[in-house]
Design a protein around this ligand. Structure first.
Ligand SMILES: [Fe+2]
Length: 333
């Protein structure tokens, strides 16, 4: 998040605390790793932009089976089903393609041996946990700005104001426990209340965990008595300055598949709220523009950049050293 955006977002979303520490990315310590103070502030750094060899979703499995043209890192990819029934990208030998969670994921390979975060492991999209909604929105914006929307809690009360997501404009203090998880971090709510009225339908026994995993995957898992739901949101770098925001929801209540068009429309409206803000941001790369992080609401954004720095340093001889440490964060939402 650029300095002005971070400051305005967190002043609006954080508890009013004038003594809140403000740090830049270069000042922030990285636990168990080299201090970032020795690194440059801006670009020509693998900390900015999309990791080139990571996995990204590029299409829905159903549309790929019919044949579809899509984009990744500025290249055009044609997906189709081969004679054996597998989804393939013909004539693209440096591209790996797999189907996971009802989506087609692709990644470039160049033989450099770079460490690649694994795909989501959950077996979702099948009969037990079918996809009940899928939506996507194209946005011309900076890749990192789009990914920050997956981890930044401070933007939620200002961006997502649908009645089914936010019943009251009244702010409350939210407390979440964060812990490192593979190639990222996972948050669990420590409050008795749920922010979104939609969650109330799952009952008081619900457990909600939200995982962020590099490069750009947010996995929200909701479990309650006889109920399971996975809410997957991703950012795909389609071309320089352009991304696709994608959301897919999977639910154990299989009759909800009948609501696919309606729920997909709700998901698209949610993504459009993020897209509208991203389009208004001055999000072109700005060399020398410092990144500021203000207090607890900005901690996940800082972790995002620190995780990317750790990924860029990881290799077969030096495994990914997760910079995240377990902690409790609190903000007003
Ligand atoms: Fe958002």
């Amino acid at each position: 998040m650029a300095a002005d955006d971070a400051t305005s977002a967190c002043r609006s979303g954080a508890p009013d605390n004038s003594s809140e520490a403000v740090v830049t990315l270069a000042q922030a310590p990285v636990a168990g790793d080299a201090p970032l103070a020795s690194l440059p502030e801006r670009p020509a750094s693998p900390r900015f932009g999309a990791p080139l060899q990571a996995w990204y979703p590029v299409a829905r499995e159903a549309e790929a089976r019919r044949g579809v043209r899509t984009r990744l890192h500025g290249r055009t990819i044609v997906l189709r089903r081969n004679e054996a029934g597998a989804i393939v990208a013909p004539h693209q030998p440096d591209l790996l393609v797999v189907v996971r969670a009802g989506l087609v994921w692709a990644r470039q390979v160049n033989g450099s041996g770079q460490v690649v975060p694994p795909l989501i492991e959950d077996s979702i999209g099948g009969g037990d946990l079918p996809m009940i909604a899928c939506s996507e929105v194209e946005v011309e914006t900076d890749y990192d700005q789009a990914v920050l929307g997956l981890v930044d809690p401070a933007h939620v009360p200002m961006v997502h104001d649908a009645w089914w997501w936010r019943a009251s404009p009244k702010r409350r203090v939210k407390t979440k426990q964060y812990a490192p998880s593979p190639f990222g971090f996972t948050a669990t709510a420590a409050d008795a209340f749920a922010s979104a009225p939609a969650y109330a339908l799952t009952g008081a026994s619900r457990r909600i965990a939200i995982e962020f995993r590099l490069p750009s995957t947010r996995i929200e898992r909701v479990e309650a008595e006889g109920f399971r739901l996975v809410n997957l949101t991703t950012v795909t770098p389609t071309a320089p300055g352009s991304v696709t925001l994608r959301n897919a929801i999977y639910c154990s209540v299989t009759p909800m598949r009948a609501l696919h068009p309606f729920l997909s429309a709700l998901g698209r409206a949610f993504l459009e709220q993020d897209a509208r803000i991203l389009r208004r941001l001055e999000s072109r790369p700005a060399p020398g523009h410092p990144l500021l992080f203000v207090g607890a609401p900005d901690q996940p954004s800082l972790w995002y950049y620190q995780c990317k720095a750790a990924l860029s340093r990881a290799s077969d001889d030096a495994p990914f050293a997760n910079p995240v440490r377990a902690t409790v964060l609190q903000w007003r939402t």
